[in-house]
Design a protein. Structure first.
Length: 197
């Protein structure tokens, strides 16, 4: 499916004007299983072999067991599917594949894994088309894991007490709110409002 700027902006405006988000309570912040002495850990791996790099990064952080211990609900793999421009502009489908494989090898059931995102407003909506065009839908189907298009699903509103920049609350996908874990697959790129993301 072809994703255009005009269609994407139309969908975004419709979505922005129609989202009904019921307020939900804040959840207590969970302890980061990879934090050591109050400090976040970062693993940096330089390789041309994506799967080996992902496995090594998880190993350097302490493996996936700390992340998956006690998880009975969903683990969301949240790729970066801003537009349907291929990697390095957006997440590579093999990144999603290899993270799902490693989760399954760790004992997570495929039915617990969901790949989900909402694409950007400038040229990414509908997310369903963007995820398909990027090859991520095919990977999810092949792996037997779920797919979630946040622009097609319910949203919820949170009222963090210290979020002074959002006095009316923050609206997030209900699926993210309900997930036991969320694994982001970020990419580094320029960004018009934040210099880089």
């Amino acid at each position: 499916m072809i994703v255009t700027h005009e269609d994407s902006m139309r969908i975004y405006r419709e979505l922005a004007n129609s989202v009904q988000a019921s307020e939900v309570p804040l959840k207590p912040q969970e302890i980061d299983p990879y934090r050591i002495d109050g400090r976040d850990q970062v693993a940096l791996v330089r390789t041309n072999r994506r799967r080996e790099g992902i496995v090594e990064a998880f190993k350097l952080l302490g493996g996936l067991k700390p992340l998956t211990n006690g998880v009975d609900g969903e683990i969301i793999i949240k790729p970066n599917c801003n537009t349907d421009d291929v990697f390095p502009r957006d997440s590579h489908p093999d990144t999603v594949r290899f993270i799902a494989e490693v989760l399954i090898e760790t004992g997570v059931k495929p039915r617990q894994i969901v790949v989900g995102d909402m694409s950007g407003r400038a040229r990414g909506l509908p997310t369903r088309a963007t995820i398909e065009n990027l090859g991520i839908k095919a990977v999810a189907e092949e792996m037997g894991v779920g797919l979630s298009y946040f622009d097609e699903e319910p949203w919820v509103k949170l009222q963090p007490p210290k979020a002074v920049d959002w006095p009316d609350g923050i609206i997030i996908p209900e699926r993210i709110y309900n997930a036991d874990r969320v694994i982001f697959t970020p990419i580094l790129r320029s960004h018009t409002t934040a210099t880089f993301t």
